[in-house]
Design a protein around this ligand. Structure first.
Ligand code: C2E
Ligand code: CA
Ligand code: CA
Ligand code: CA
Length: 275
């Protein structure tokens, strides 16, 4: 058995060395990709379920590789985390996204995903504040999405990061809620303004009675605590109706729109304001 850098112990086999080779390759190319402009930020709308208007765009990174085609973040973010590149990459993403957001109407906010490793790196809050300053985006218009895994070790670095940025007006969203271990303690401890109910709760042929009861309970908590509850992964009108009925305030998913390039995001906003 071999310890693979982080937590788990795995048995070594041929498929692992292939995975490792691909990882190494991606790692080397990723460093160059940032400089070569192969990465770009796409934006997916998060919609007010009452009015149908766009309240937020979530920044989602894309890598258009000259040979491998479009690579999904699920494939290269973990590589960036393993190699430490995530700090540079993460700061670049926040800076690019903030520049785009500075062009939107001021009531539209920007959501950016942050890796736990990025948050725990020294000077992490500076990276965010620099991006805001350079883009001249007010901190209130930025929302940072973090997952439950950030709290696996509830470190001092995490606490400092969240408290420092929250004091400046930056907002926080708990992403993929319901997939990890219980995070109610962290919702109690930290100033989250939004909970994103994981896509797994609405996927499947329809929203079951059981799932609906869970979403309803989370939505009720959200209402009590003055937090927005977002349903992720909405693909069908039935799902939109079910989550709205269950009390979710915001929705996101292919039913409304996929993630789109910045110029299309700007067009969607312009269209809304004409009608
Ligand atoms: P996430 O933060 O949970 O983002 C939502 C993912 O679900 C996105 O995949 C989005 O394209 C996809 N999605 C949205 N609506 C639907 C839908 O209706 N149906 C289905 N099947 N999928 C939907 P994407 O862009 O491939 O990103 C995957 C994950 O990679 C993200 O999950 C996030 O954890 C991570 N990620 C993406 N961009 C960044 C980034 O800039 N920084 C960091 N640290 N992580 C990122
Ligand atoms: Ca997210
Ligand atoms: Ca999510
Ligand atoms: Ca996710």
């Amino acid at each position: 058995a071999k310890v693979n850098g982080r937590k788990q112990t795995q048995f070594y086999d041929a498929s692992m060395s292939r995975d490792l080779a691909r990882k190494r390759e991606i790692e080397a190319e990723l460093r160059a990709a940032i400089l070569k402009d192969e990465l770009s930020i796409f934006f997916q709308p998060i919609v007010d379920l009452k009015t149908g208007r766009i309240r937020t765009f979530e920044a989602l990174v894309r890598w258009f590789h000259p040979e491998k085609g479009e690579l999904r973040p699920d494939e290269f973010i973990p590589v960036a985390e393993d190699s430490g590149l995530i700090v540079t990459l993460g700061n670049w993403i926040t800076a690019q996204a903030a520049k785009a957001a500075a062009q939107w109407p001021e009531e539209v906010t920007l959501a950016v995903n942050l890796s736990p490793l990025q948050i725990k790196a020294p000077g992490a809050s500076l990276g965010v504040l620099n991006a805001l300053r350079e883009a001249q985006l007010p901190p209130e218009r930025l929302e940072l999405e973090v997952t439950e895994s950030l709290f696996l070790d509830d470190s001092e670095a995490t606490e400092l990061f969240i408290n420092e940025l929250a004091a400046k007006g930056v907002r926080f969203a708990m992403d993929d809620f319901g997939t990890g271990y219980s995070s109610l303690g962290y919702i109690n401890k930290y100033p989250f303004s939004k909970i994103k109910v994981d896509r797994s709760f609405v996927s499947g042929p329809d929203v079951s009675k059981k799932t609906e009861a869970i979403i309803r309970a989370v939505a009720e908590m959200g209402a009590q605590l003055d937090m927005d509850i977002v349903a992720e992964g909405l693909e069908k009108i039935e799902q939109v109706k079910a989550v709205r009925e269950a009390g979710c305030t915001l929705g996101q998913g292919y039913y409304f729109s996929r993630a789109v390039p910045d110029y299309l995001a700007a067009m969607l906003l312009a269209q809304e304001r004409e009608s």
